[in-house]
Structures are given as C-alpha cells and as structure tokens.
Design a protein around this ligand. Sequence first.
Ligand code: AMP
Length: 111
Amino acid sequence: MTIFTKIINREIQADIVYEDDVCLAFHDVSPQAPVHVLLIPRKPIVSLDDLSEDDTVLAGHLMMTVPKIAAQLKLSDGYRTVVNTGEKGGQSVFHLHIHILGGRNLSWPPG
Ligand code: AMP
C-alpha cells in the first residue's frame, strides 16, 4: 500500500482540494511551485504503464478533472501537468498521479 492509499483512506492527513467517486486531489507536501496539487484515482493503479482497457473511462475522467481543479485554484494564466512514470521518469510514489503546477512561469525543458 502506498502513502496515497493512506490519504484516500484518511489514515494520514492531506490538504484535499477536490474529490469525487473516482479521484481526489490534494496539495503536494513538497511544492515545486506556488500551486502544486496531485490528482490521483481512488483505484490504486501503479503508473501509466499499468492502465488497462478497463481504465479508459477512469483515465478520461482524470484528464477532464484537471481543468476543473485548475479553475478552482484560479490558474487562469496557465499551468503544467506532469505524470512521472517509472524510476527514470522520476516517479517516487507508485500510485498513478497527475501533478498540477502553477502560479509562476514554468521553464522548458524540465530537468
Ligand atoms: P512523483 O515523484 O512523481 O512520484 O511524485 C510524488 C509526489 O508526492 C512528490 O511531489 C511528493 O512531494 C509528494 N508526496 C509524497 N508524500 C506526500 C504526502 N504525504 N502528501 C502530499 N504529497 C506527498
């Protein structure tokens, strides 16, 4: 079980900004921008590599939820979404999550 499942189960505290039947979002404990939120499915999918055909609606729902959260957090000037996948992709928590970063100018390319 990852730390994100513990957040879903309310076993550890998080600053939750959005939730519905499929997913929830909370502030990252180590923010890399003035706004840094993580959007996760309730289903404990390890990474993008672990999505199955059964997850097609779930994956679409996650994408559709990103702009709702961005609007709620007033990121009208733009924001960045990041999904780190696997060790070399920089993934450190093995429960699928979308980073939503904003509130400053974000440079490209990322490190
Ligand atoms: P990644 O490196 O893409 O797997 O991202 C994992 C993110 O989870 C990092 O940005 C961490 O700062 C964040 N994180 C780890 N533990 C917690 C926690 N308990 N609450 C909120 N964010 C967390």
